[in-house]
Design a binder for this molecule. Structure first.
Ligand code: LLP
Length: 378
């Protein structure tokens, strides 16, 4: 499924010079990274350690782009020493970068003034903390001149969980208008954000339409202004559907208050392992794999074992008649699942199992009490 998603996306864009930089914040499972590296993928990284992991795994350095936010001078020094191109996110960062590394290469993240996404928190264009705003471009150019910097690429990332092509086309057109103002650009980076359906029957991202429109716009641009490479930074689209969170039903509570009945299916996991339902109200399909039945006999909240009322994996969800001991599969947990998990309530993270056809291996073992204690100054 992983390779399938990656290949499908790559093939959909016919533009001759395309580079896919997998956005490893979605899932940094080492076996996934190895597969994608073998396929020739680059990496979109957002922290120094993501960059370091990429380098250690042997990703080509010139295919790794660092797009940080509120980046410190120490972080920039670390990345420069590692040999990674920095995608500048603000005028402040540009100024500090220029003073520290005059005469070197950069890329610039532009905020095109429009943002899209599955939730307000997932929009990154518009009035958000990200990127250099359109009305800051003149100031940016002055710093670029002053410090003799070379802009190798310009970049946008308008948000995450986008299911339509139009937002990309609008943003790309804004970006390309600006591209005319820069000389000798090596790449145009369209960011990531391509959504996947989480609900049964939900619309799919129309990859064919996206690929065709983006390709034809880029070809037209290249003809008029000279050749540029196209980069995209998908995360969710590649790994979202590949991951399943397996949880066990520990305790069922069937209660009523003021005439209202409620069934709580309590599991041995929760917002500490998959925070998306609690944080964004996101929907993940949940299947009782023990019962393996499609029949919906009850409506229940599927809740975790964390001491928070907002700790749930699903609310008011039609389910088969789940029993204690059943294993539930929380679907499409491959993106922003483990990578957003925490040790809240001093609970360990689960193991990550990498399944390849009929073989399975442990990619990351389950955390132990000793792991959690290892950073304590005892
Ligand atoms: N490039 C940049 C600069 C990004 O900030 C992101 C995601 C991506 C690429 C990849 O986006 P994707 O293709 O995966 O949508 N935690 C949220 C999503 C936050 C995305 C953050 N940036 C969620 O669970 O929906």
């Amino acid at each position: 499924m992983l390779l399938n998603n990656y290949e499908r996306l790559k093939k959909s864009i016919k533009y001759r010079d395309l580079e896919v930089l997998y956005s490893c914040k979605a899932n940094n499972n080492i076996d996934i990274l190895k597969v994608l590296k073998e396929e020739g993928s680059g990496l979109d990284v957002v922290s120094p350690f993501e960059a370091l992991l990429g380098v250690k795994l042997g990703f080509q350095k010139d295919k790794i782009l660092f797009t940080g936010n509120n980046v410190s001078n120490e972080e920039m020094k670390f990345l420069k020493e590692l040999g990674i191109l920095i995608n500048i996110d603000s005028i402040s960062q540009l100024k500090r970068y220029g003073i520290m590394f005059p005469g070197t290469d950069i890329s610039i993240r532009i905020n095109p003034g429009i943002g899209y996404g599955h939730h307000e928190y997932a929009k990154t264009g518009g009035l958000t903390k990200f990127g250099i705003y359109l009305n800051e471009i003149e100031a940016a150019k002055e710093y670029v001149m002053k410090y003799n910097l070379r802009i190798r690429g310009i970049h946008i990332h308008i948000g995450s969980g986008i299911l339509q092509t139009d937002p990309y086309i609008s943003a790309l057109n804004i970006l390309l208008k600006i591209a005319n103002e820069f000389k000798d650009l090596e790449f145009i980076d369209l960011g990531g954000g391509l959504g996947i359906p989480y609900r049964p029957g939900e619309e799919k991202f129309d990859l064919g339409d996206f690929g065709e429109k983006v390709s034809s716009i880029l070809e037209d641009f290249s003809r008029k202004h000279g050749h540029v490479k196209l980069r995209i930074e998908p995360g969710r689209y590649i790994v979202g559907s590949c991951g399943v969170l397996l949880v066990r039903v520990v305790s069922i509570k069937d209660v009523s208050l003021n005439g209202k009945r409620k069934i709580f299916i309590g599991v041995d996991s929760g917002m500490n392992h998959l925070i998306r339902p609690s944080l964004y109200g996101s929907y993940h399909e949940i299947i009782d794999v023990t019962k393996a039945s499609d029949e919906k006999e009850i409506v229940a909240d599927i809740v975790g074992n964390i001491c928070e009322t907002g700790d749930f994996l699903a609310l008011d969800r039609p389910m088969p008649k789940v029993e204690e001991g059943d294993v539930l599969a929380v679907m499409d947990a491959g993106a922003y699942g483990y990578s957003m998990s925490s040790n809240y309530n001093l609970r360990p993270r689960p193991a990550e199992i990498f399944v390849d056809g009929s073989t399975a291996k442990v990619s990351r073992r389950r955390e132990t009490f000793e792991d959690l204690l290892s950073t304590f100054a005892v």
